[in-house]
Design a protein around this ligand. Structure first.
Ligand code: MN
Length: 334
């Protein structure tokens, strides 16, 4: 069963209730649970995983939360409540009553942990990616949700789970990051934020640690990477593409927080509807972040190139050279 909410994101339409009900039935019956977050985890997938993990733990369920790679949690998330539930990938049990994936659009985003799906008596997919492939037995997918944590908050309300300060901290982390600090997201986003803040969490510190804290080395990296940014005015039917390339030499020992911040600067270019950042991995392949401003569906573009995401924010990987990768992107943009 899949939930597809209306475009206006009405949180209470009947298909939602039906989908929530099936998920809650399975979660209520579970004695053991695994919660999987996506590879290269962001605050939405970890915040969702830990919030759900805490809710299950309080109900007496034996819970593990994990992601496949990299080996360590991003430093900016080390203050999240519920970290005691995180286990290394090798320790994730192969047989459980229920396996829940959070903010995971496809099984490829589970990395090496995708093999754990087979050992679960039931699987629940909770996600808000447009490109979600609905790989669970129960799929709670709502692309109008501002974040997976926002969708989870609705599930908690249906389920009767109390959103206390620790759970609110985790939910807020996903909400503030996935909405670009509340620049996008409708009235329900702000209502939820107000409710979470009212539990007493420190929204200022949570946001600053996740979005506004970088080591000094970030500045020379930006100088190098942005200095070679390229504007292709003719791309995307004349609406323009701006792109920047981050090579291993630029990355040095900088964290994922510094690398992921670059696209938010590049996308502000007024002459381009679409922004792309190519990030070189340790194996030499490229991970590409795409952003659009208004009406180019970069989720569809990313899907054509083997990835996925949201309408205005998506990604994929490429094993070609950076030049070939850019050429293929321009071709896919039409
Ligand atoms: Mn998300």
């Amino acid at each position: 069963m899949t939930i597809t909410a209306r475009a206006d994101g009405d949180p209470c339409e009947d298909p939602c209730r039906a989908g929530f009900a099936r998920a809650i039935e399975v979660l209520d019956a579970a004695r053991t649970a695994t919660i999987l977050c996506h590879i290269q985890p962001d605050a939405d997938t970890i915040g969702s995983g830990l919030a759900l993990g805490l809710a299950l733990e309080r109900r007496g369920v034996s819970v593990q939360v994990a992601f496949s790679r990299p080996a360590h949690l991003p430093e900016s998330m080390l203050g999240f409540p519920g970290l005691h539930l995180l286990v290394p990938p090798a320790s994730v049990r192969s047989e459980v009553d229920v396996l829940v994936t959070v903010d995971v659009g496809s099984t490829g985003r589970l990395g090496a942990l995708a093999d754990r799906l087979a050992g679960a008596a039931s699987t629940v997919v909770v996600d808000h990616h447009r490109s979600n492939s609905e790989f669970g037995a129960i799929n709670v997918v709502d692309e109008s949700a501002a974040s997976t944590t926002a969708l989870l908050a609705r599930l908690f309300d249906s389920w009767g789970v109390e959103i206390d300060r620790d759970v609110a901290h985790c939910l807020y982390a996903g909400l503030v990051t996935d909405t670009g600090s509340f620049r996008w997201g409708g009235p329900t986003t702000h209502v939820l934020a107000a409710r979470l803040l009212a539990t007493g969490i420190d929204g200022d510190t949570i946001a600053r640690q996740l979005l506004d804290t970088h080591p000094f080395g970030w500045l020379p990296m930006l100088s190098s990477v942005l200095g070679s940014a390229t504007l292709v005015r003719s791309a995307a039917g004349g609406r323009g593409l701006v792109y920047a390339v981050i090579r291993r030499d630029d990355i040095g020992d900088l964290r994922s927080e510094e690398i992921e911040s670059v696209v938010d600067i590049v996308r502000t270019t007024s002459e381009a509807e679409v922004a792309a950042v190519l990030k070189e991995s340790e194996t030499g392949s490229w991970s590409i972040s795409l952003r659009a401003k208004t009406d180019v569906d970069v989720s569809a573009v990313a899907e054509r190139l083997g990835g996925g995401g949201h309408r205005l924010s998506a990604g994929y990987t490429s094993t070609d050279s950076s030049e070939q990768t850019v050429a293929a992107l321009i071709a896919a943009l039409g």
